[in-house]
Design a protein around this ligand. Structure first.
Ligand code: ADP
Ligand code: MG
Length: 701
């Protein structure tokens, strides 16, 4: 079947008029025949069984019943109306209900004609009912392409209210298969089909929409999932390859004075094996003629900063400038202080640029960046303002990548003739296979080891009722000279309430820990950044012992003397957030603690999150659990990645298929990078079409 046929607008399918076409476009994004074919069922149901009304049980099961409508009436209720049809068979009667779309239904339902209805059963005060049932006249039902396993397609309220039921979609699908004669072009090379024993494309499509049996359905699904993941990987890998061969970067040939002096004289500690390995990987990238695009993953506290600095020193050794961009002001300041300290004896010019940098400083910084006298700039989004121009930016380090969108990232690139090398650092570990899909066009380095001497943070879960005991423990720690974080949730939707919780908490803590014996800092999002900084500074110098805060301290803050992290309403935090917060302690040599406070009422998921935190401190393990609980859509870093745009594959469940698809994609690119062998013609055609009609950025950004 040629591609033009599949690109036919959906309006031209028999059974689709202008109204339906509009709905299909708006509600399901179906514009063409191809889009419809790629609308895959969410699940399948057993339609071989028919119930009589007498047989019905008081369950919530989905049932299929044959009967007739004897009358329809409209009933007013508190809000709006509902439509009730009395539905009977030889054994009894029940009700069919509609809350929306009355008009269409009333005009189209036929009284006293045999219908097959299908839907989820309700039971209320002696009467069975089905709300918004799927309905089909019995003769139509018998004529339609039957299969024991009936696909259930994605739908929306609006669609079912306007009469586009699952049945209708099913019929349209039948129509399309009839018109196409089930002749869909193969998109995978023959050898691949053979070696993986995959179903041909047309058989796979047919069996996913009209499964003959479970085995064929599974094989059909497998084939289509494989194909989907294969083409995504092919595009990602190809892009990466293109980067390496086509996108020129500045080769940093030398490792010179700055790097060597720092390494020999000023390194404050021995690098871990993992840090050394990663620095080597980066050095290799920087030395090549291609632009580096590298993701540096490392758990909180694994020591990414020093890696960033040493990469920056290589840039400086080659007479280039470098920048570090961080998501928050606090974090930028922290980076600045750290790096400033570390470079202290190297005579390097380095500045901080954030939203609160005053005008005259800002002007000077802009000038010095442009004339090249400023070597390192550290800051927030302020760095990507149009006014900021570098003389020769050679390396951009981006911390905590999940806070920046792809577009923002690339803004830095456009500052130069060549794009600078880019090092993206993230402390949110992502399982490797997911990272491949999300950041497939980046190379990945992992620091999988913590600096020596770190003690694992002891983590416990305590109920609010035991608060006094917890306070007593905090006092003991403080009396040993330690410092304590107490963190409250801050969630956008309930900001006002959260703010009140924070203030109430602050008050009760002030009562429990009175001045002058105790000094308390408070930091939250509503404060001016100057005040925040001031409080952070006090805490960091040890002038205050307790830091009460919202999650603004989530990322990056490094105060080794803080040994206890108390997280209030811990059930309201996501796993990766909890893990990030816990990472704020355990940075010194002494034993540290993380105390998760909750009430007694906990959801199953919340319980799992808390148990996971208590059980392990391995960021990758935590990320896996998080992924299973929430799906990739909520995982930090994947929000903009669109891995959810997958049509049939599931990035988590189909992990194994993903790995295989990636390895085959990579093999193919090695053996035939431009798909010019006759055997790879299907790939060439499919790939061209894919990049023409559906750009990879639909998946990635
Ligand atoms: P993160 O990866 O979370 O950004 P940092 O770079 O802030 O971690 O490092 C965390 C702490 O560990 C810092 O205090 C840093 O000085 C220290 N550190 C980093 N690498 C080492 C090492 N190899 N040996 C000892 N301490 C280290
Ligand atoms: Mg950090």
């Amino acid at each position: 079947m040629n591609n033009n046929f599949l690109q036919t607008p959906i309006d031209y399918l028999k059974g689709v008029g202008p109204n339906r076409a509009d709905l299909l476009k708006k509600e399901l994004g179906i514009h063409t025949f191809q889009d419809l074919i790629h609308l895959f069922p969410n699940r399948y149901i057993d339609r071989t069984k028919y119930y009589t009304i007498k047989e019905l049980q008081q369950t919530n099961a989905e049932v299929q019943i044959i009967g007739r409508i004897t009358q329809i009436k409209t009933v007013r209720q508190q809000r709006g109306k509902r439509l009730i049809a009395n539905f009977e068979d030889e054994t009894g009667s029940m009700e069919l209900l509609w809350f929306r779309g009355h008009k269409w239904i009333q005009n189209n339902l036929k009284i006293n004609e045999p219908y097959v209805v299908f839907g989820r059963l309700n039971y209320f005060k002696g009467t069975f009912s089905i709300a918004h049932p799927e309905m089909e006249l019995k003769p139509d039902h018998e004529k339609s392409l039957q299969s024991g396993m009936q696909p259930v397609y994605p739908s929306t309220e609006n669609l079912s209210a306007k009469g586009i039921s699952n049945r209708v979609i099913n019929k349209l699908m039948q129509q399309l298969f009839l018109e196409s004669k089930n002749d869909f072009a193969e998109t995978l090379p023959k050898s691949l089909l053979e070696s993986l024993k995959l179903l041909p494309k047309n058989e796979a499509l047919f069996n996913v929409h009209f499964p003959k049996d479970q085995t064929l359905l599974s094989r059909g699904q497998y084939r289509l999932k494989f194909e989907e993941l294969f083409y995504i990987q092919l595009q990602l890998l190809r892009k990466n390859l293109l980067h390496k061969t086509k996108i020129k970067g500045y080769p940093f040939k030398r490792v010179g004075h700055y790097f060597n002096t720092f390494f020999k004289r000023h390194l404050p500690f021995e690098l871990t094996r993992a840090q050394k390995k990663v620095i080597k990987e980066i050095r290799n990238d920087l030395g090549s003629k291609a632009q580096m695009n590298r993701l540096l993953q490392g758990d909180v506290g694994s020591g990414k900063t020093i890696v960033a600095l040493m990469s920056i020193l290589i840039a400086l050794d080659n007479s280039f400038q470098a920048c570090i961009m961080a998501p928050t002001e606090i974090l930028s300041v922290q980076h600045y202080n750290n790096i400033y300290e570390l470079c202290n004896k190297l005579n390097i010019s380095i500045s901080l640029l954030t939203g609160s940098t005053n005008t005259s400083n800002r002007k000077e910084i802009h000038e010095n960046l442009e004339n090249g006298s400023l070597q390192i700039i550290i800051g927030t989004h302020a760095l990507i303002e149009d006014k900021v121009k570098f003389k020769n930016l050679g390396l951009a380090v981006i911390d905590e990548q999940h806070r920046f969108g792809v577009a923002q990232r690339s803004k830095l690139w456009h500052k130069n003739k060549f794009p600078p090398h880019v090092l993206v650092m993230t402390a949110t570990p992502i399982p490797r296979t997911l990272a491949m899909s999300v950041y497939g066009d980046l190379d990945i380095s992992i620091i999988d080891e913590l600096p020596p001497g770190r003690k694992e943070v002891k983590t416990v879960h305590r109920f609010d009722a035991n608060r006094l005991k917890v306070f007593r423990f905090l006092k003991e720690e403080i009396s040993k000279g330690k410092q304590v974080y107490i963190v409250y949730p801050l969630i956008q939707e309930s900001e006002a309430l959260d703010y009140k919780d924070l203030m109430d908490g602050y008050e009760s803590i002030s009562r429990e820990f009175p001045v002058p014996q105790y000094q308390i800092s408070i930091v939250h999002g509503k404060m001016k950044s100057k005040d925040k900084e001031f409080e952070m500074e006090r805490f960091s110098k040890g002038e205050t012992q307790i830091m009460v805060a919202t999650t603004v301290i989530e990322v990056g803050v490094d105060i080794p003397n803080a040994s206890v992290m108390v997280i209030e309403s811990a059930e309201r935090f996501g796993l990766s957030q909890l893990h990030q917060l816990r990472g704020r302690v355990g940075r010194g040599a002494d034993q540290s603690y993380c105390i998760l406070m909750t009430g007694h009422k906990l959801s199953v998921d919340a319980r799992t999150r808390l148990e996971t935190m208590v059980r392990t401190s391995d960021g990758f393990e935590i990320a896996e659990v998080d992924l299973k609980l929430r799906g990739p859509g909520d995982l930090m870093g994947t929000q903009q990645s669109g891995v959810l745009n997958l049509r049939i594959a599931d990035i988590i469940k189909d992990n194994e298929i993903l790995k295989i698809a990636r390895s085959y994609a990579s093999q193919l690119l090695k053996s035939d990078p431009s798909f010019s062998l006759p055997e790879n013609l299907p790939v060439k055609t499919a790939y061209t079409q894919l990049t023409k009609y559906k750009n990879i950025w639909n998946y990635i950004s």
